[in-house]
Design a protein around this ligand. Structure first.
Ligand code: ADP
Ligand code: MG
Length: 553
């Protein structure tokens, strides 16, 4: 071969490219990932603090929700983004437990760092983590508690535990009960005997002005819109209801056509023709037998006028998600073309107007009617938004508890128990993987440790008490963050679900291994300063977006 290739390395990277290999790549990545975990840890649990996030437009979000914080943070470090994905996966798969999953990821990586320093190869760590994650899943199945699927008291506690720290405290009894009502309203028994909670038939609406305790569950849909014309009727006991997603207007091209005619008669003719077409739309709607029309697009003034004359209620620019929900509620087909619409496309509903709140209540009256609305109220926009996040988490876990018929004690009890069992399991693991399994066990204990820290309880004392309770067979012993005592958290009503816990551990393990597998970071830009204006501290490098939020964290 040529001379060049023997002596000199072949250069394949551009001039500005930066490269980090092996240890320095791992250190860099682990530091970045841990920085993300540290940023959300302080929100964990009922005593966790909130974060205020301010975006570049000055919009403010105040939240305690792990995934929301990470979504709003402007993170531009690739490894840190992998940790953000843990939260997103957890949100999609389980709906709750996002902060927990991210905190465990952070500690898995922290403990890996120590193993790497002891010259344990990443491959051994990864393989030990895989074993531990699989084992942890089985142990959670083993400690899960069977419940009756309609045990309202337990389900309410599951809801309350998930909402904790998200602005629901003062009204947690009422909201917990409401979440259970809502989940039960959309629960169906499938033919094979399984129970399905179909949250697609549940819609959450928010209203500011009243207190969270005034929230309510309503049959059907709530449409936050006004009638298009003041002379329209606004209430019907039984309305044939038409849903349209085409504009009830003339095509823009037609309306915009320039008429350059000199003959005034021609202009008159043109105007009459347009009027005729609009009039026809109204006739079509009336002929279908519609009493009420919900239109996703706009409605021409002329059409509004004639619909009012026909005694038909029309609402325009209804959100797509609302139109789709209305379809289930009233049992209608969505009409995209009036020319081919049939009377059977219409659904049936009781429509009532709340003048004070300027909303319509639409309650299906036909046989095909599905759907309920959880109307959440709160004093201000920020309050009600955070409440919605809490209620969303709660609905997901209550749904999971209803369909699986299983729950877990909370307050760190499962983490301590699984850690204890993993340490026993590690005894039977050969080689260096054993150390990785033990490191995994230690990482799970981040949950009770941080729950204690955030509540101002000494984390070391708490861990000692918890471990000793579990070694004496108290599988359900967790931390009561109010008192600092260790006890049966299931009895105390701090209740979680196995599904979310298993998902969280799996996601954390996968993401940590993904970070560990990287031995080489090749970047087209500068690695150490990636948008980081403060520079300096290792680990802060590349967390560009976080620098600007220093004051808020
Ligand atoms: P995540 O995003 O992980 O769901 P949260 O802030 O919702 O984070 O906190 C969840 C943790 O808080 C769980 O470990 C749960 O058991 C614990 N927790 C909730 N309520 C209590 C309570 N009253 N006492 C102790 N721990 C609690
Ligand atoms: Mg939670």
């Amino acid at each position: 071969m040529s001379q060049q290739m023997q002596g000199q390395p072949m250069i394949i990277l551009g001039e500005d490219a930066q490269r980090m290999k092996d240890e320095s790549a791992q250190d860099h990545n682990i530091a970045a990932a841990r920085a993300v975990a540290d940023a959300v840890r302080s929100t964990l649990g009922p005593k966790g603090m909130d974060k205020m996030l301010v975006n570049s437009l000055g919009d403010i979000v105040v939240t305690n929700d792990g995934v929301t914080i990470l979504d709003e943070m402007d993170i531009d470090n690739p490894t840190a983004e992998m940790v953000v994905e843990v939260a997103q996966t957890q949100e999609d798969e389980a709906g709750d437990g996002t902060t927990t999953a991210v905190a465990i990821t952070g500690d898995l990586l922290k403990n890996s760092e120590e193993l790497l320093e002891r010259d344990i190869h990443p491959t051994a760590i990864i393989s030990g983590f895989d074993m531990a994650a699989t084992q942890a899943r089985e142990e959670i199945d083993d400690i899960a508690i069977d419940i009756e699927k309609d045990d309202r008291e337990i389900l309410r506690r599951v809801a309350e535990t998930a909402m904790t720290g998200k602005g629901a405290e003062q009204h947690k009894d009422a909201l917990g009960a409401l979440v259970v009502d809502a989940a039960q309203a959309v629960t169906v028994e499938a033919n094979d005997g399984s129970t399905i909670v179909d949250l697609a038939y549940l819609k959450i609406e928010t209203q500011t002005g009243q207190s969270a305790g005034d929230s309510e569950l309503l049959e059907g849909a709530v449409i936050d819109k006004d009638p298009v014309h003041e002379d329209m009727p606004t209430s019907f006991e039984e309305a044939d209801t038409l849903l349209v997603d085409e504009p009830l207007e003339l095509d823009e091209t037609e309306a915009d056509t320039q008429v350059s005619v000199s003959d005034p008669d021609r202009i008159q003719e043109f105007v009459q023709q347009e009027e005729q077409e609009l009039r026809e739309m109204v006739d079509q709607i009336a002929d279908l037998g519609a009493d009420v029309v919900f239109c996703q697009k706009g409605i021409d003034d002329m059409v509004q006028h004639y619909l009012a004359k026909e005694g038909i209620l029309a609402v325009r620019r209804v959100k797509r998600s609302d139109v789709e929900f209305l379809r289930d509620v009233v049992g209608a087909k969505l009409v995209s073309d009036l020319d081919t619409a049939e009377p059977s496309d219409l659904g049936q509903a009781r429509v009532t107007r709340d003048e004070g709140e300027e909303l319509f209540y639409v309650e299906g009256t036909g046989e095909d009617s599905h759907g309920v609305t959880l109307l959440l109220r709160g004093s201000t926009e920020h309050v009600v938004d955070e409440l919605e996040r809490g209620v969303n988490d709660a609905l997901d876990v209550v749904g999971a508890a209803i369909s699986s018929g299983e729950v877990l004690p909370g307050g760190g009890a499962p983490e301590i128990e699984v850690a204890r069992r993993l340490r026993e399991f590690a005894d039977g693991v050969e080689g260096r993987e054993q150390l990785a399994v033990e490191a995994f066990a230690d990482a799970l204990e981040v949950v009770p440790r941080v729950l204690a820290e955030n509540a101002g309880i000494d984390p070391i004392d708490a861990l000692v008490d918890l471990r000793s309770a579990h070694s004496e067979g108290e599988v359900r012993a967790g931390l009561d963050v109010e008192t600092g005592d260790v006890g049966d958290t299931f009895e105390a009503g701090v209740i979680e679900t196995p599904n979310a816990k298993q998902q969280g551990i799996a996601a954390a393990s996968e993401s940590a291994t993904l970070v560990l597998k990287i031995d080489d970071v090749i970047s087209a830009g500068d690695l150490s300063t990636e948008g980081d204006d403060e520079g300096g501290a290792p680990g802060a490098g590349g967390m560009g977006g976080m620098g600007g939020m220093g004051g808020a964290m």
